[in-house]
Design a binder for this molecule. Structure first.
Ligand SMILES: Cc1cc2nc3c(=O)[nH]c(=O)nc-3n(C[C@H](O)[C@H](O)[C@H](O)COP(=O)(O)OP(=O)(O)OC[C@H]3O[C@@H](n4cnc5c(N)ncnc54)[C@H](O)[C@@H]3O)c2cc1C
Length: 431
């Protein structure tokens, strides 16, 4: 059957992955439409968010010249371990990160996504907000379009960039039903604080920002907190492994409230007024649990393809979504030109991805998600380190013991050697 196409490419989702693909395609003169269920791109989107690396510069050269594109550039990174009434923080003040292209910037997703989508529209892509794609249109075994309500729109190629909730990836028969253990639940709160207070509290100069990843004090649930500074707000949140949360029969908001009651968090949020709360899921299955990335008439990018890197020190998803979107766009240009939209032709996307940091990083850290399910990382490790510091620093009027011996004795007394070895071997193998 010969098909009359309405567009060359239809993209589902105007998040970073969908828009990066749309911008790449529109610049090449390919007729592209993007469906977005939110009232505007970004309306429904939740992230911390720290956007790492030069990928945005690749997509929008010198993006930093437009102050709508980001909030603050990141010069300080803190990693904190929490236990009952204690915290230990590594505070990396990295002044070299204040040069363009920045190592990382903070963004506010509704603002950022909208700004990015405007660039795609300026390049010629059509964005249809308030339009939810409910199904795919098939011609035998080939996907040839999308359905929204009663409407059908035909396209030579469909790019699924629907984010972590993979209903259409499943409908495209590219993955089986997802499992809870491959997802984390993320809760995010936005707090208002003046720029002066943010800069004073964190020893920052104007436009500089801090990101703080926080481990421990989550009732033994694998996960962690984050705190990122924007211009006049801070993004604070907690990410929890969904499977363990359910198994322990705990409610996520209760874990969040207890986490927030820790004195370390109380000081971060002092005098700040909460103005927004949201929650979202994050794919955490990693490399081993990615869906098929291409099929007849279809490609999958960003969170929809499970492309999120969680290696403990950072969570990276936006840059992975942008890069995979760019590569999906570049591949789509070649696929459209070839006139063959079957798997034989769409497999080029996976081949191109294999050369990128997206695929390589996910592969390098393929064991990380399993390792980060180890509860000792979130209970024993923070406890061990914070109690050790208290011990080393406490002066109780007695002669001091040697520091290294105290540390070794403390660790061995507190942790079964087997658990410790398992943790260390796991860390070496996966991180
Ligand atoms: C609390 C939290 C904090 C995070 N922090 C960070 C961080 O600091 N740094 C980082 O790099 N990553 C972070 N991430 C991960 C990051 O948000 C994602 O990896 C990233 O948003 C993926 O982009 P995407 O375009 O693939 O998907 P999304 O951003 O989820 O976009 C998908 C889009 O598709 C739309 N959509 C979905 N289904 C349909 C449909 N059927 N029809 C039409 N439209 C549809 C949605 O409305 C949405 O706009 C965080 C995530 C969370 C939840």
């Amino acid at each position: 059957m010969s098909v009359e196409y309405d567009f060359d490419v239809a993209i589902i989702g105007a998040g970073p992955a969908g828009i990066a693909a749309a911008l790449t395609l529109a610049r090449a003169g390919i007729e592209t439409v993007v469906f977005e269920r939110g009232q505007y791109p970004g309306a429904k989107n939740v992230s911390g968010a720290a956007l790492y690396g030069p990928v945005l510069h690749k997509l929008i050269p010198n993006y930093w010249e437009d102050d709508k594109s980001f909030e603050r550039y990141l010069t300080t990174k803190k990693i904190t371990l929490l236990s009952e009434s204690r915290s230990v923080t590594i505070d990396a003040d990295l002044r070299n990160f204040n040069q363009v292209p920045y190592n990382g910037v903070t963004v506010i997703r509704p603002k950022f996504d909208r700004w990015l989508a405007e660039k795609a529209e300026e390049a010629g892509a059509m964005i249809l907000p308030d339009t939810m794609v409910e199904d795919l249109v098939w011609n035998d075994k080939q996907i040839i379009g999308v359905k929204s309500g009663e409407e059908e729109l035909k396209a030579k190629l469909v790019i699924i960039a629907e984010g972590a909730n993979t209903l259409l990836v499943e409908k495209a028969k590219l993955m089986k039903e997802p499992k809870a253990k491959h997802y984390a639940l993320a809760m995010k709160e936005t707090y208002e604080l003046s720029s002066n207070i943010i800069e004073e509290r964190f020893h920052l100069d104007e436009n500089e920002g801090v990101s703080n990843e926080i481990l421990g004090y989550t009732k033994g649930i694998p996960g962690g907190g984050f705190y990122y500074t924007n211009k006049e707000t801070v993004s604070f949140g907690l990410i929890l492994n969904m499977d363990v949360l359910t198994k322990k029969k705990l409610e996520a908001p209760d874990v969040l409230e207890e986490f927030k009651s820790h004195s370390y968090i109380q000081k971060l949020l002092k005098d700040a007024k909460m103005i927004e709360y949201s929650a979202h899921i994050i794919p955490e299955g990693g490399f081993k649990h990615m869906p098929k990335l291409y099929g007849n008439g279809v490609l999958v990018a960003g969170d929809a393809a499970g492309m999120v890197l969680n290696a403990g020190l950072y969570i990276e998803g936006i840059n992975f979504a942008l890069e995979s979107g760019i590569i999906a766009g570049e591949s789509a240009i070649e696929i459209i030109k070839s006139g063959d939209y079957t798997k034989k032709s769409t497999k080029i996307y996976k081949e191109k991805l294999k050369g990128s940091f997206v695929y390589k990083d996910l592969k390098t850290f393929r064991r990380a998600s399993h390792f980060l399910e180890n509860e000792h990382m979130f209970t024993t490790a923070p406890d061990l380190v914070t109690v050790l510091f208290e011990k080393l620093l406490r002066n109780n009027g007695q002669p001091r013991k040697r520091i290294v011996m105290t540390a070794i004795w403390h660790v061995l007394r507190k942790t079964p050697l087997f658990a410790l070895m398992k943790l260390l071997i796991g860390a070496v193998r996966s991180l």
